[in-house]
Design a protein around this ligand. Structure first.
Ligand code: HEC
Length: 144
């Protein structure tokens, strides 16, 4: 009897871990934090209560809580039309879309919106470590 309960508990905790991991993504948070140095000239991470997690530039929107958020929806930021159109079409940042976008924002928006003339105001392209940055952003976001 004792053994059965232990086994059931083990299964339950495994299941919880799997859910947590799928949300946090497959990347390495510490590596992602370093990689974020490439982003902070344009992006800050500032919590809703004003806590500065990363001081950064204003060329791009605040990336606090960006994962799970509708694309192009940070209040007060002046987005390009294509990113707003993608959000209106249903784009919500998850690991797959984030990884694809940061590698080549303009190409991603062309594909997602189906508009070959789609443009991106973000010209930067990340070549490696996209999953790490994703996991880092989840880790400093509101849901973690
Ligand atoms: C040279 C400035 C610059 C750099 C560097 C940069 N970005 Fe951006 N980013 C922007 C701008 C500008 C936008 C708004 C794009 C638009 O409106 O088309 C943006 C938008 C985004 C968005 C979409 C936000 C939303 O609200 O939907 C994400 C996600 C993002 N950037 C992630 C990153 C990450 C991660 C890095 C570092 C690997 C990075 N960016 C580096 C300028 C930059």
């Amino acid at each position: 009897m004792k053994l059965k309960i232990a086994a059931a508990l083990a299964v339950a905790s495994l299941a919880t871990t799997a859910v947590a991991e799928s949300h946090a993504g497959s990347g390495d948070v510490a590596a992602g934090e370093k990689e974020f140095n490439k982003c902070k000239s344009c992006h800050m991470i500032v919590a809703d209560d004003g806590t500065e997690i990363v001081k950064g530039g204003r060329t791009g929107p605040n990336l606090y809580g960006i994962i799970g958020r509708k694309a192009g929806s940070v209040e007060g930021f002046n987005y390009g039309d294509s990113l707003v159109a993608a959000g209106e079409k249903g784009l919500v940042w998850d690991e797959a879309s984030f990884v694809a976008y940061v590698q080549d924002p303009a190409a991603f928006l062309k594909e997602y919106t189906g508009d070959s003339g789609a443009r991106s105001k973000m010209s930067f392209k990340l070549r490696k470590g996209m999953e790490d940055v994703y996991s880092y952003l989840v880790s400093v976001g509101p849901q973690s």
